[in-house]
Design a protein. Sequence first.
Length: 200
Amino acid sequence: MKNYSLVKFEGLRNPARSQRELQNTNLDRPSDKIRAQNMEHTREMLGMKTGKKSDPAFLCTAALKRVEKDSFVRYTPTSNASSGIQRIVQVSNVVEDPLEPPRHKHKKIAGGASEEPPPVIMRSPPRKLTAQDMKDCYVPACISNWKNANGYTIPLHMRLQADGRSLQHTTINSRHAQMADVLYAAERQARKEAEERNQI
């Protein structure tokens, strides 16, 4: 049903083309040989993609190929060694795990002393605090208009200070007085008209 609706939709755009494509398509099941080839090709492509993702980020494919090959070295000990037998040593590189924690801790060495001495900080001698100094350094407790967990009675002037209304600058529009004058003039004109109407 799904294929039929797709063909029907394609046919709405170009019916002649869709009929031609349907006549040329082979709808038989693929043979076992073709299926095996497709599966093998898909498996290879998936293996390549997963292999690229699983490789360490800092190793390229050429380095990986070079790591896989082992090399053989002929080793001859020095004359003062106990046995002067010549040996063949196999050298193989081990791929390190990128997620393994570092084996060595690198400590930063402190920088050398600079030629210029550090500046001397001059401080005044310690002296006792006076009452005026204590008064100047006094910071009042925070008063909130939203939370009062202990239920303290807070004076109204302190509430207003916490509200910050005194810090706001109130400005009056310059047209306010102009509007008042216009209303006053309209009222005077209305009174005058009312008096003339009464006289008539």
